[in-house]
Design a protein around this ligand. Structure first.
Ligand SMILES: [Zn+2]
Ligand SMILES: [Zn+2]
Ligand SMILES: [Zn+2]
Ligand SMILES: [Zn+2]
Ligand SMILES: [Zn+2]
Ligand SMILES: [Zn+2]
Ligand SMILES: [Zn+2]
Ligand SMILES: [Zn+2]
Length: 364
């Protein structure tokens, strides 16, 4: 505005008359233009070409792309131990794990929810302080004792052999004669209780004293210098990828670690495979017409165009506004020194405005 003001100031005296005349002309033009505006915009149309889809706009879908998992221990090149990988104790010493750390995620399941992932779920784990505990002092419990039978404490009489008197009784039923001489077989032993004590008691466990004897040899108090012991049952699985630094000059592994990698399926674990679709299946639900080729299978719009027919909505929203009712500083806007006093800002000579005058943003 400053620039405009200076320019105006310089030309003011010389061009005052002409400017006023020109401004008057502009006002007349603008009034006329505003009156014919609707007529002009009605004739203006949008740049979108008119288009109505025809059969030529469609192509039949003959195959769909399916993502097929191609990830396996083989594609991941997971190490497989050979006989050479083990030491005499059967522990692998090759420095490479024959598994990858993996936990199933949504990519491990196909679209029907079935797990296709052939990998085992193996969690990485490095023992932390929580994996160790101080050995606790042992407190003897019931199981630490064994019962030992002690003295008989029952005063009841239990008959023994000594309580009986045995007598031989002739039982053959024959008289001694020339044909029969009694021998051992002719006698039966008769047992008769002769102790004179009436008792049918026989000792049970309850008749004896029982002693609880400690059979546990665990120390009952924790030693002062006790070392924490590993109480974690998880195997330690620490992710590590061998780098050139893991090998010595002769190529021997010297890092002392096992290469354990983690695998999470990525796009590379899947392959796109074109699967043919049924192109002869009736997919049209319209029963009131004679089916055409497009009523079978699935068709895709390939014309790349949008359907468009020019209408009222095609009239451009923006239109030129001549600035008829906008403020242009005039004689009355300045004091005798030429300083602006009107307090209204002068807009740029030509502006693009919304056609709806009501929504004109207020200036200042
Ligand atoms: Zn089309
Ligand atoms: Zn190996
Ligand atoms: Zn998985
Ligand atoms: Zn642990
Ligand atoms: Zn007894
Ligand atoms: Zn290493
Ligand atoms: Zn994978
Ligand atoms: Zn049809």
């Amino acid at each position: 505005m400053v620039k405009g003001y200076m320019k105006y100031d310089v030309l003011r005296e010389r061009l005052r008359h002409r400017v006023v005349t020109v401004l008057a002309g502009v006002v007349v033009f603008c009034t006329t233009y505003a009156l014919i505006l609707p007529a002009i915009t009605l004739e203006k149309q949008c740049d979108i070409p008119e288009h109505t889809h025809t059969d030529a706009c469609y192509a039949q879908v003959t195959s769909v792309e399916k993502r097929v998992p191609v990830c396996s221990a083989k594609t991941l090149e997971i190490h497989r131990h050979t006989a050479d990988c083990y030491d005499a104790n059967g522990n692998p010493t090759c420095g490479y794990a024959d598994f990858v750390v993996h936990s199933h995620d949504s990519r491990c399941y196909d679209e029907t929810g079935n797990l296709w992932c052939p990998l085992s779920e193996i969690e990485a784990h490095r023992h932390t302080a929580d994996c160790y505990a101080l050995p606790e002092g042992h407190t003897h419990a019931e199981g630490c004792y064994t019962s030992v039978r002690g003295d008989l404490v029952c005063g009841e009489h239990v008959h023994t052999d000594a309580c009986y008197t045995e007598t031989a009784v002739l039982a053959c039923g024959l008289e001694e004669s020339e044909e029969h001489q009694h021998d051992e077989n002719c006698y039966e032993t008769s047992r008769e209780l002769t102790c004179g004590i009436d008792s049918d008691h026989s000792h049970t466990d309850a008749c004896y004293e029982w002693e609880q004897v400690l059979s546990c040899d665990l120390p009952t108090d924790s030693a002062e210098d006790a070392q924490p012991v590993l109480v974690c049952t998880k195997p330690e699985i620490v992710l590590h990828r061998h780098t050139p630094d893991c090998f010595d000059a002769d190529g021997n592994l010297i890092c002392g670690q096992t290469q354990i990698l983690e695998h999470r399926h990525s796009d590379a674990c899947f392959e796109a495979v074109a699967e043919p679709v049924d192109t002869g299946k009736l997919t049209c639900t319209d029963t009131a017409h004679v089916h055409t080729a497009r009523c079978y299978g699935t068709w895709e719009l390939v014309c790349g165009q949008e359907e468009h027919t020019h209408s009222e909505a095609c009239k451009p929203e923006e239109t030129v506004f001549c600035g008829k009712d906008a403020h242009t500083h005039g004689e009355a806007c300045r004091d005798e020194n030429g300083e602006l006093v009107c307090g209204t800002e002068e807009p740029p000579a030509r502006t693009w405005r919304r056609r709806s005058y009501g929504s004109r943003p207020s200036r200042g």
